[in-house]
Design a protein around this ligand. Structure first.
Ligand code: EPZ
Length: 430
């Protein structure tokens, strides 16, 4: 369905107020769902965000033959003992990049997996060469036949543990090879591994099931191969640091005071550091962030340069919301998107709202502020730019129409209802 959001702008006034709770992390939840393939017997996962991508991943697991029981709005029981397929559905695989992580557990468990080239957000070419070279190091071979990859070991034997240096610190490659290593013969060592908190969460979950992993959260992760895992107790997914950062930026721009609860500020150091330097008044507690006494004058924040970087650097998933913030900061800010080559195209739409943003090259833009924004009709190209447009529409003067909010619903649960509780005028039109 092509839902739209009708948004009434606050004309730069900081009118929102109240408290908003952060949901479970999308980019942890999707991987935990995929790892149920490495378990024998039922696995209960709690605090999963009720978003489109979680629904898609549970649909893929059902399609593969797993039993998927919804225990509550944020809770599922998954049992993959009944898995009877190792082919990722063509359409399902194309709709979501995260489907690629299924290759690790499926290949490790069955010795063969077939899949389409994964789709998802159009933020760059998004190759999968590092996945394929990692699987080859573990003894698998790869064919490309009729729009699908077929990855298999000789006679569907087990993968063998390997020492793999990844050319790039990439999140889903690290996660996928870690999962594959859990069932491989012998030890695997992942070098130049990504260090995002979601990877530590994945490793902790696997270890709770009996996996022998060390080094998660550092550039070198070791895993001893063994048998299928067993979930002793339910697991509650960690809070979503990207959702927390998005609310923080919205609060800085449009709230006189805002409390963000159920979050982990320790996962947001790079974001908190920049916003503090820019002049955002924040009180940080263990599981909450409080913006109060926000200066209502436009341009009360200072311009600041931003460079996205693998964790613990500034997260690329908060680059778009941060650019919206910088359109309201005083001075010139250089934004350098180092991870994806196609993740700044959305800035043209912000310019059409009145922002002063000059693109230097596909990786860099110069933002000059403060500039008043005018509401207009917008179409978010991906999850994070979609949320950034929602923030821009709330800052702008006048009405905005956001089309294809499916992108936003992929990453943010009932966002219009949650923002309405803060006083935002966002109406969903089916
Ligand atoms: C994960 O994507 C996240 N998605 C992304 O969040 C996030 O932006 C990204 O990590 C970086 O933090 C999920 O976890 C589902 P990458 P991922 O593999 O793993 C190159 C969101 O909005 N690369 O770290 O796909 C690639 O081209 C999404 O929630 C290869 O060259 O990102 C890119 O330049 C958007 N070859 C870089 O690595 C490969 O085989 C980072 O990609 C794989 C990746």
């Amino acid at each position: 369905m092509k839902d739209k959001f009708l948004v009434r702008g606050l004309s730069g006034k900081k009118k929102l107020k109240g408290s908003i709770a952060v949901g479970g992390a999308k980019n942890a939840a999707l991987k935990l769902l995929a790892t149920t393939i490495l378990f024998k017997g039922p696995v209960v996962l709690n605090n999963l965000p009720d978003i489109e991508d979680v629904r898609r991943m549970t649909e893929i697991l059902s399609d593969l033959g797993a039993s998927v029981e919804r225990l509550g709005k944020h809770s599922y029981r998954i049992n993959t003992d009944t898995l009877n397929k190792n082919e990722v559905d063509q359409n399902m695989g194309r709709r979501m990049r995260a489907s690629i992580v299924l290759t690790g557990p499926l290949l490790a468990r069955f010795g063969e997996v077939t899949l389409p080239h994964p789709g998802g957000d159009v933020i760059g070419s998004r190759p999968i060469d590092l996945f394929l070279s990692g699987f080859k190091s573990m003894g698998a071979s790869v064919e490309w036949r009729g729009e699908r990859y077929r990855i298999h070991t000789p006679k569907k034997k087990k993968l063998r543990g390997a020492s793999i240096f990844s050319a790039l610190q990439t999140v889903t490659v690290t996660e996928t090879l870690l999962m594959a290593g859990v069932l491989a013969e012998g030890k695997s060592v992942l070098k130049n591994a990504a260090m995002e908190p979601e990877i530590k969460e994945l490793a902790d979950f696997l270890s709770a099931g009996g996996a022998k992993i060390s080094g998660a959260g550092t550039p070198t992760i070791s895993v001893e191969g063994g048998g299928l895992l067993k979930a002793e107790k339910a697991w509650s997914v960690m809070p979503d640091r990207i959702e927390a950062g998005s609310f923080l930026i919205l609060g800085a721009l449009a709230a006189e005071n805002l409390e963000i609860t159920d979050c982990l500020p320790e996962h947001l150091e790079s974001v908190l550091n920049l916003l503090r330097l820019s002049g955002v008044p924040m009180k940080i507690k263990k599981n909450s962030i409080f913006i109060s006494g926000n200066d209502s004058r436009v341009g009360s924040f200072q311009a600041i340069n931003v460079k996205t970087h693998e964790y613990p650097g500034f997260p690329t998933d908060l680059q778009a919301p941060m650019v919206v913030f910088l359109t309201q900061a005083k001075g010139e800010s250089l934004v350098f998107e180092t991870i994806f080559e196609g993740r700044l195209a959305y800035t043209a739409d912000l310019v059409s709202m009145g922002a002063d943003i000059k693109m230097w090259d596909p990786h860099r833009v110069m933002v000059k502020g403060p500039t008043p924004l005018r509401g207009r009709e917008l179409e978010g190209p991906d999850i994070r730019a979609g949320l950034a447009f929602l923030i821009a529409a709330l800052v702008a003067k006048g009405e905005s129409v956001l089309n294809s909010v499916y992108h936003i619903d992929r990453g943010y649960e009932s966002i219009e209802k949650r923002l309405a509780l803060l006083g935002a005028k966002v109406e969903r039109v089916r």
